[in-house]
Design a protein around this ligand. Structure first.
Ligand SMILES: Nc1ncnc2c1ncn2[C@@H]1O[C@H](COP(=O)(O)OP(=O)(O)OP(=O)(O)O)[C@@H](O)[C@H]1O
Length: 265
């Protein structure tokens, strides 16, 4: 049986009197690929921040890669986790070269300074960029990339330190149809790669869930509405409860689709 990567028990996050997460239980095993789905403001990013050891819960316990949050040095724990999020992309200096954005992940820093990288690091960075369809961009400045290219470079960066857990916060947000489909195909390849890390991906849209993702967690107003295997969680009932409107959910050729049920139907 696969080992455990993450276990949240009774996790509560409160900020300025508001409950961002309430009594969240979530367990992730090594060979699982999770999607976290929910409407705006449900707490998805907050949950991912807890899973990335970037945010400590107000209450509850977090076991992460065999360590307990609050009893371990997070600076040793964080490099074992790959995180791709808009918040990180926003911190990248505008003149930073794509190759350096990926390379600097080896030191968990943003912005190349005077560090030395050996040829193995450079080869790995180029291979990752190539796997994500960005090899031709290595000399480009990040600020000149399209939204889709930025997303793919951010994922290559998150994979650079060979993480045990890969967390992707809305990787397909802002992409056009072609860009979304290209990214979903690349994430499908990653999800079905036996050697790829354990993964959790945040999205608003079931259409963005790549094949090969095995489990889903639904969040609404900070609470878990459903958790378990994707096909047991992506039901009309649970997704309707999660988004607060009557939805019809279908799976076709391995991909999911959801639409509102017309009142006349
Ligand atoms: N410091 C804070 N103080 C009070 N409320 C906060 C704070 N930080 C976040 N929130 C609120 O917590 C809720 C959850 O935020 P979070 O970013 O986790 O949601 P989300 O599901 O990722 O949303 P979205 O899909 O819109 O990105 C939101 O309503 C947000 O306004």
């Amino acid at each position: 049986m696969a080992g455990e990567v993450l276990r949240l028990k009774g996790v509560e996050v409160r900020r300025e009197g508001a409950s961002l997460l309430r009594d969240v239980d979530w367990t992730v095993a090594e060979d699982e690929r999770w999607v976290i789905v929910g409407p705006n403001g449900a707490g998805k990013t907050t949950l991912l921040q807890v899973a990335a050891a970037m945010l400590f819960p107000t209450e509850g316990s977090v076991e992460l890669l065999g360590e307990t949050l609050g009893k371990t040095d997070v600076f040793e724990l964080r490099p074992r986790i790959g995180l791709s999020s808009a918040a990180i992309a926003d911190k990248i200096p505008s003149d930073e070269k794509v190759i350096d954005i990926v390379l600097t992940a080896s030191y968990a820093i943003i912005g190349r300074w005077k560090e030395e990288y050996d040829s193995t690091d450079v080869t790995r960075a180029v291979e990752l960029l190539d796997a994500l369809g960005c090899a031709h961009l290595i000399r480009r400045r990040f600020s000149t990339l399209s939204e889709g290219e930025r997303k793919r470079v951010s994922i290559a960066r998150a994979l650079m330190p060979d993480p045990e857990l890969l967390l992707l916060d809305e990787p397909a947000a802002g992409l056009d149809l072609g860009g979304r489909e290209d990214l979903v195909a690349r994430l499908t390849a990653l999800a079905t790669d036996r050697l790829a890390p354990t993964m959790a991906l945040v999205t608003h849209h079931v259409e963005e869930v790549p094949e090969g993702f095995t489990h889903a967690l639904l969040l609404r107003r900070g609470s878990v509405v459903g958790t378990g295997k994707v096909d047991e969680v992506f039901t009309d009932e649970l997704l309707s409860e999660c988004f607060g409107l009557p939805l019809k959910v279908e799976r076709q050729d391995g991909r999911w689709h959801a639409r509102a049920v017309s009142p006349r139907a």
